[in-house]
Write a protein that binds this ligand. Sequence first.
Ligand code: NAP
Length: 299
Amino acid sequence: MTDVIIVGAGTAGLTAAIYARRAGRSVLLFESSAYGGQIINTPDIENYPGLAHVSGFDFATALYQQAADLGAELKYERVLSVKSLPDRKIVHTAEGDYEARAVILATGAKNRPLGLDREKELIGRGVSYCATCDGMFFRGRDVVVAGGGNTALEDAAFLANYCRRVYLVHRRDEFRGSKETAKKLAAMDNVEFVMNSRVTKILGDEKVEGVEVTDKNTGAVRAIAAAALFVAIGQMPDNEAFSDLVELSDGGYIEAGEDCRTKTAGIYTAGDCRTKTVRQLTTAAADGAVAALAASQEM
Ligand code: NAP
């Protein structure tokens, strides 16, 4: 039996692994895609204390390496359910069942789609949720970024380095993301803000050839020719598999306070997947430490 099983190898999960290993516990992490979680797609992290600039990929890789060097084991298996018994937890994955004394749910969140017709169908043919991964395919072309948070602003800045023109479409007249980044973008010749507007249609049959945007105040519809639509409108949690184990908020987040405890003894949660007001790298890392120390001390 493993002491602590961690579901999700993002910043929260990997930090939990480091803390649990340092507390002398055996640790098994499960991840369904790549280690690192959301941050792996961020080109430049500028707000992690002590690291003025680091790419998301380098940050995630260093975090993973630190956990692995301490003896945490990572398995690429999707966790389908977790059962809580009086003396142990059973973690059921696509490959089999694993036993643990405690479980930390650090499932993060996944990209929210715009919900447009054919959005899903055109993924890989111009629709993307990751500017760092796919931006290079559109070098020298015109592209659209949808969203107004830090991800959208940073994606637009990243794409503006090598795309001909970047249209940043946001549904309000003010960005949610950093004012400083917005100011930098406003000073770039090849970036255009399309405010108070929503992307309402994807143009093109076989691939993205542009989008239609609708001004929410005037109702005016504008067609923008572009080779790609980068959707950066935030994340949504993916915790349905654990709905009988923990309480979920209306938005699907795992109900827990700063102590990272859920309603079930021995089940903890950490990072963006739990109810909280600030979702940052620092808060994900903090949660990982809190959850792992609680789990390690209480078994
Ligand atoms: P976010 O902060 O939740 O922003 C989502 C943006 O998308 C908002 O501007 C929102 O508009 C818009 N939006 C949401 N649903 C929409 C819809 N259906 N149609 C059109 N627009 C929609 O998400 P995020 O930018 O992905 O950032 C997530 C978290 O990670 C944040 O806490 C962010 O600060 C953090 N982050 C940090 C860094 C960094 O520190 N370097 C980098 C990336 C992200 P409204 O503003 O009108 O609600």
